[in-house]
Ligand binder design. Structure first.
Ligand SMILES: C[S@@+](CC[C@H](N)C(=O)[O-])C[C@H]1O[C@@H](n2cnc3c(N)ncnc32)[C@H](O)[C@@H]1O
Length: 270
């Protein structure tokens, strides 16, 4: 791994970039940019400036995933086309307090933080995030629409914990706390649907703001962010994740932000 840089808003355009849509005032709309780093989530966050991020949407590989795998309810996870080790490392619950302290520090005031997790991790993550300073609003339910695996009532939902730093109004107060989106079959392990994340991003950020995911996996949060004109920055320890996310974001046609190494953390930028 090499040094990676801290996210900074783009200062340049690609020399041969295609024409951009015009804003209502007649000026070209700014291009959303992205930055992907191969790095440990916590170390990567530690390299970001305080009060520099507008929204965090993330999906850590929490400890209890190992339990699901051990009892064979997530056999699909053993055969990832994106992982050479069959499975990615878990992020220990013991590291949550420090992770949430960093998440709170890098978020600007009056901003939101969404954390994907299961019913077991909820009880660990909620108090740890509150201790870091976040207000916990509620768990949102992601309804996957189709039956999953399991033996005691088969799985059809996942939680998305909804936290706030300061006070922020959602864009649409009519959206329910059950969000529907079909699960992804055969993708990256635990890949989240872009249309689900789009709902979170449009509710809790504005165009040209910076959305961050320190465990980006297949890059679904980045895809949703760029689709809605937000900048994106993220990290993942796994090389296959980096390659996959890089390909998905490049396919959207936006230039990555490249820059000199500035961060305190180790990692590799793409
Ligand atoms: C649950 S997956 C994220 C899936 C993603 N939301 C998607 O839709 O594709 C968790 C990711 O965290 C990565 N990971 C594991 N430990 C990490 C760490 N310490 N720091 C950063 N990323 C880590 C794994 O490689 C994996 O890609």
């Amino acid at each position: 791994m090499h040094d990676a840089s801290v996210y900074q808003p783009p200062l340049f355009s690609e020399p041969h970039a295609p024409p951009r849509p015009m804003s209502p005032a007649g000026a070209p709309a700014p291009r959303p940019s992205y930055q992907l780093s191969q790095a440990d989530a916590l170390h990567w966050l530690q390299g970001l400036p305080s009060d520099s991020v507008d929204l965090i949407v993330t999906d850590p590989p929490y400890e209890s995933l190992e339990k699901h795998r051990a009892v064979g309810t997530t056999t699909r996870l053993k055969r990832s086309r994106a992982s050479s080790n069959d499975w990615f490392p878990v992020f220990p619950n013991a590291r949550f307090p420090e992770l949430f302290r960093e998440a709170y520090r890098v978020l600007k005031r009056d901003r939101h933080f969404y954390l994907f997790c299961d019913q077991e991790t909820l009880f660990v993550a909620k108090p740890a995030a509150e201790a870091a300073g976040f207000k916990f609003w509620k768990p949102l339910v992601w309804d996957k629409l189709k039956l999953g695996m399991g033996y005691h009532y088969r799985a059809r939902y996942e939680f998305i914990l909804f936290f706030e730093k300061g006070k922020r109004r959602l864009a649409d107060l009519g959206v329910p706390d059950v969000l529907q989106a079909a699960r992804i079959r055969g993708g990256y392990p635990t890949e989240k649907p872009v249309e689900l994340i789009e709902q979170l991003i449009t509710q809790s950020s504005e165009p040209e703001q910076l959305v961050v995911d320190p465990f980006f996996g297949s890059g679904a949060v980045g895809v949703a962010a760029l689709k809605h004109g937000r900048h994106f920055a993220g990290a993942d320890v796994a090389e296959p994740a980096l390659e996959l996310a890089r390909a998905r974001l490049a396919a959207l046609g936006e230039p990555p932000r490249r820059g000199p190494a500035r961060g305190r953390h180790s990692g590799r930028d793409r």
